[in-house]
Design a binder for this molecule. Structure first.
Ligand code: HEC
Ligand code: HEC
Length: 451
């Protein structure tokens, strides 16, 4: 037998280390054969579960960001929104939408989709943000968050929308409105009504609602930034009895894991609502079924258009719901930035929240909503029933509060009726006769900013 030389030994040790690292067996690297918390060996099926989860999350991210569900047939094909964006000089109609006006209605630009030279020019202020052709070029780069253009060479021939349109922000790292994506963060700058009202053809809405195009414009203009009305095309109720818009705030799509009912009025689960939106709001091609909407008194428009039972083919939605679901559940509520609240006051506020003010009765930490049937009647909440009455539940859902700091624009409660957190607390103080003093109210505000 040949004796090993020192070099040979060293080579095999080094080789051994390299292959151990490659195989992921080193102590510093996570491997997929053990649960790192318990150090238990994973069975082959355990590993399948992990892989399945990872794959669904990656797929879900792609769907959330980039999938249009075939909605271009409606936004481009029917409404011809792309023509208004391009403007007559770029093969569309009218003056077109410059990047400046796109940013001013809250559309966001994904800096990671921009080539380096363009980022450089943008930083130096050398890109013409008054030219609609630049907007079209940005759409072509897939850089306008939530908007997908369909192109024939340089010419935009249709447009579809994505979940990220309303439920993503960017971190403004390059310029205001231009930065890296923040999935799940509510876009409270986005003026959905203003964007839709640009469309050259609003007749489909007018016909659906049985009104004229002028009225449709008036309704769209009434929404304002950060709001959308997902029920208008079901019940036809554009305005509340007090004359204000029936639109609701865009909520975040993060921090939803563990929460039972979703939407402001608890319409259903995340996959329920995702199918509802993809098919009946985004007008994607897919299946949606909810016999609760088959109610002529409450949802006359939905009954007329058959939105209680939609079976469009091909179905581009159903196969995506699982991945989309898991992805949204995986998005955590973001931590508040350092220095954005007073730490000592917040920790005193936590005691008020869980104690004297009884907030935690409903906003049960750490979900900040009830484990269980998380709904309350308008009377319990001390507010009007307009929006609750539009939902099959007739109730308001206890809003999960984690990450609240990231969606303070536009106010609080479903319609933003309370402009500040202080106003929310004043409401509870009055309604529940809590008798909170000034200091306790201030501490509660700091706590709410910290969760
Ligand atoms: C045009 C803007 C818009 C688009 C596009 C949109 N949403 Fe929403 N989303 C809203 C609004 C507004 C609500 C609140 C509706 C309500 O409570 O009546 C909402 C509610 C939700 C909720 C409930 C959040 C909670 O707190 O319970 C989830 C989850 C959600 N959307 C996910 C999605 C997904 C996934 C997509 C793509 C399939 C999508 N949304 C597309 C505006 C939008
Ligand atoms: C009876 C149950 C209940 C109690 C008690 C309660 N809340 Fe709420 N909370 C709700 C519901 C339901 C909503 C949603 C109301 C709506 O959408 O109109 C809500 C909404 C909120 C919101 C707005 C969230 C958003 O995204 O706009 C804040 C902030 C809040 N509550 C804080 C508190 C604080 C602080 C207390 C204690 C002083 C408290 N809540 C006590 C049920 C409750």
């Amino acid at each position: 037998m040949k004796r090993r030389t020192a070099w040979g030994l060293m080579a095999s040790v080094v080789f051994g280390l390299v292959s151990a690292v490659e195989l992921g067996w080193s102590h510093d690297r996570p491997d997929d054969r053990h649960d790192h918390q318990t150090q238990q060996r994973l069975t082959p099926f355990d590993r399948e579960v992990n892989k399945h989860g990872e794959r669904l999350i990656a797929e879900g991210r792609r769907i959330f960001r980039f999938d249009t569900f075939g909605s271009e047939a409606f936004w481009g094909g029917t409404l011809r929104l792309h023509e208004a964006i391009a403007g007559s000089r770029n093969g569309g109609v009218g003056p077109g939408v410059s990047p400046k006006s796109a940013l001013s209605v809250g559309l966001k630009v994904d800096a990671d989709a921009l080539p380096d030279p363009l980022k450089h020019e943008l930083r130096r202020g050398r890109v013409n943000l008054d030219d609609p052709a630049v907007t079209v070029a940005l759409i072509r780069l897939n850089a306008v968050v939530g908007v997908k253009g369909i192109f024939d060479g340089n010419r935009i021939k249709s447009i579809g929308i994505q979940c990220s349109l309303c439920h993503s922000q960017v971190d403004d790292s390059l310029a205001p409105g231009i930065g890296r994506r923040l999935d799940g963060w509510a876009n409270r700058d986005l003026d959905v009504g203003a964007i839709i009202s640009l469309a050259p053809n609003l007749r489909p809405f007018a016909d659906l609602l049985g009104v004229d195009v002028g009225t449709v414009r008036k309704v769209l203009t009434s929404w304002g930034p950060g709001k959308f009305d997902a029920l208008l095309d079901k019940d036809g109720k554009a305005f509340r009895p007090d004359g204000k818009s029936g639109a609701t705030l865009i909520p975040p799509a993060f921090g939803l894991a563990g929460v039972n009912l979703h939407t402001w009025t608890g319409f259903g689960s995340v996959p329920y609502w995702n199918a509802f939106v993809a098919v009946t709001e985004m007008q994607g091609s897919g299946t949606f079924f909810d016999p609760r909407l088959n109610d002529r008194d409450r949802y006359p428009i939905a009954v007329r258009s058959g939105e209680d039972d939609v079976r469009r083919t091909p179905d581009l939605v159903t196969s995506k719901l699982a991945a989309l679901h898991l992805y949204q559940l995986a998005i955590p509520a973001p931590e508040p930035p350092e220095g954005s609240f007073d730490k000592r006051a917040a920790s005193r506020g936590k005691r008020v929240f869980e104690g004297r003010a009884r907030c935690a009765n409903c906003h049960v930490p750490p979900l900040f909503t009830e484990p269980g049937h998380n709904l309350h009647t308008p009377a319990e909440m001390g507010i009007d029933s307009f929006q609750a009455d539009r939902s099959p539940t007739l109730a308001y859902r206890t809003a999960p509060l984690a990450g609240l700091w990231s969606h303070q624009k536009g106010g609080f409660y479903h319609d933003g009726r309370f402009a500040t957190l202080r106003d929310v607390i004043e409401h509870y103080d009055r309604h529940f006769r809590l008798g909170l003093n000034e200091q306790e109210k201030g501490e509660l505000v700091e706590y709410l900013k910290s969760i």
